[in-house]
Design a protein around this ligand. Structure first.
Ligand code: GLP
Length: 242
């Protein structure tokens, strides 16, 4: 599996072969990996080289370390296409996972400027401020805070937001979301977020902001989300000269 005569660095060959074992299911999520020492002995390489290989896979999100316990295979990241607007509920169901939410906050507040502006409403107009932990098969994936004009989306309740905001808007109010603009930034988890997401404080996360618009161009929601970077990657198909 490792060929010292190849002009390919040994750590790279080792990382590749471990990655292959993960991809083909030989090493399953949660499986414990041999130690650096064991790899070093098995392939007659230095521990430094073995460490370099494991580090690369940790940095790429294939493996994770638990202090004092060792190195383990990470869960596969969900690949989320950036084309098409799906709700969290739809997205998880399409993957065969059970979506659920844990409601952290539900309140109608007078919109401060930074919320009124993206929603194109008057300052201090009433908006729902809703914060939910979003879970897939009971595993926390993201924390989302939605700001929604209370004059536009009437009758939201805790029960509704525990299910699906988009489903309520579209099925009950016939408000169809047609477009959205979204930004994605890398960041690290604050201590409280880390606790909710069951990751370490300072672990990588992605901060996403979305403004979604109805067919007539009215902003329907302004959303700030924090997604686990160890569980998510975003995918977009691109075309040159378009
Ligand atoms: C995704 C989007 C959010 C949107 C949410 C609605 O998570 N990033 O902007 O508010 O879906 O989800 P649901 O309809 O499940 O409440």
């Amino acid at each position: 599996m490792i060929n010292k005569n190849l002009p390919i660095p040994i750590y790279y060959q080792l990382a590749e072969s471990i990655q292959k074992q993960i991809d083909n299911g030989e090493l399953k999520p949660g499986a414990s990996l041999p130690s650096e020492r064991e790899y070093a002995e098995k392939y007659n390489i230095s521990r430094m080289t073995a460490r370099q290989a494991l580090n690369q896979l940790v940095n790429n999100g294939y493996l994770y370390r638990v202090q004092g316990k060792g190195t383990f295979v990470a869960e596969k990241k969900m690949e989320k296409p950036l084309i098409g607007i799906t709700s969290f509920t739809e997205d998880m169901m399409a993957r065969g996972l059970k979506p659920s939410s844990e409601l952290l906050h539900f309140e109608i507040i007078p919109a401060p400027t930074q919320i009124a502006k993206p929603l194109q409403i008057n300052e201090y107009a009433p908006v729902y401020e809703i914060t939910r932990i979003r879970l897939a098969d009971a595993v926390p994936m993201a924390i989302e805070t939605n700001y929604i004009s209370a004059n536009l989306v009437k009758g939201l309740t805790e029960k509704i937001v525990n299910h699906s905001i988009y489903a309520y808007m579209e099925e009950q109010l016939e408000l169809t979301i047609e477009q959205a603009t979204q930004t994605i930034e890398s960041s690290i988890a604050e201590p409280v977020e880390a606790e909710h997401l069951q990751i370490h404080s300072g672990a990588p996360v992605m901060r996403i902001e979305r403004i979604a618009f109805l067919q007539d161009g009215t902003p329907a929601e302004y959303v700030k989300s924090t997604y686990r970077a160890d569980r998510y990657k975003f995918m977009v198909h691109m075309q040159r000269n378009q």
